[in-house]
Design a protein around this ligand. Structure first.
Ligand code: MN
Length: 248
């Protein structure tokens, strides 16, 4: 089995190391990941600059691009054949609710899904210091085994968020729906050393609406959350309402 691993925290992050090590249980792992942190780059693709690749060691490729670039490079250039599975993470910080639209971690899984490769995004739900990446990697391995055994439904990729706990304290995974963020937008403005103003987006931990059945609710109760996602952003429930509109 051929597995490609990527992330958005950069190839030096502890989460990708734990994930790549755990997935060697399943087969041959190739890592193709950004050469530095690219968190919150979403599904962006580098089209107006060349990309450089550095093979840091056997099967570990650093790309000076986004997670989406890495999936493209892996599938169309660096791997000898298309992988059986693309796994992205383990992100340092959750990717739940509306945050999935910002996430480079989730976008990498999305890109693999576009290319017809089964894929999974994995995140550890803490922004603080943590030693639980290897514990979360064990959960990711279990989910990968289930993906291989069951096969994914059509047009589906998976988003896994794992509570920041030692393996023995992590409860059974729950299948969830994408939750909703309660936005507390915050811009910090300060003065730089040359006396000019600068601005910095977002300084608070994200908060979510704690609805039953959501990713956030599951993780809050100590369960890994597994959400099936797809790329169809159509709001199917709104189609009928919009068809009633007078447009011309
Ligand atoms: Mn990240």
């Amino acid at each position: 089995m051929q597995i490609m691993v990527t992330n958005d925290d950069g190839i030096g992050a502890p989460g990708i190391k734990a994930l790549a090590e755990a997935l060697t249980e399943l087969g041959n792992v190739t890592v193709v990941a950004p050469d530095r942190e690219r968190s919150a780059t979403g599904h962006s693709l580098t089209l107006h600059a060349p990309l450089r690749v550095f093979e840091l060691r056997q099967g570990w490729f650093a790309v000076d691009g986004t997670p989406t670039d890495c999936v493209n490079m892996g599938l169309h250039s660096l791997l000898p054949s298309p992988p059986d599975l693309v796994v992205s993470g383990i992100n340092h910080g959750s990717n739940m609710g509306d945050d999935v639209t910002y996430s480079g971690t989730v976008a990498a899984a999305m890109e693999a899904n576009l290319m017809g490769i089964p894929s999974l995004a994995v995140s550890l739900a803490t922004y603080g210091a943590t030693e639980y990446f290897p514990d979360a990697a064990k959960i990711a391995l279990q989910v990968c085994r289930a993906m291989i055994r069951q096969g994914l439904p059509a047009d589906t990729f998976l988003n896994l968020n794992i509570p920041n706990l030692p393996f023995a304290e992590i409860k059974t995974p729950l299948i969830t729906r994408q939750g909703k963020r309660s936005f507390v937008g915050k811009i910090v403005d300060k003065i730089d050393p040359r006396g000019r103003k600068y601005y910095w987006i977002g300084s608070e931990e994200p908060s979510f609406i704690d609805d039953e059945g959501t990713d956030y609710n599951a993780v809050g109760k100590g369960h890994p959350s597994l959400t099936p996602l797809h790329l169809d952003l159509t709001n199917h429930r709104a189609l009928e309402a919009l068809k009633q509109w007078q447009l011309a």
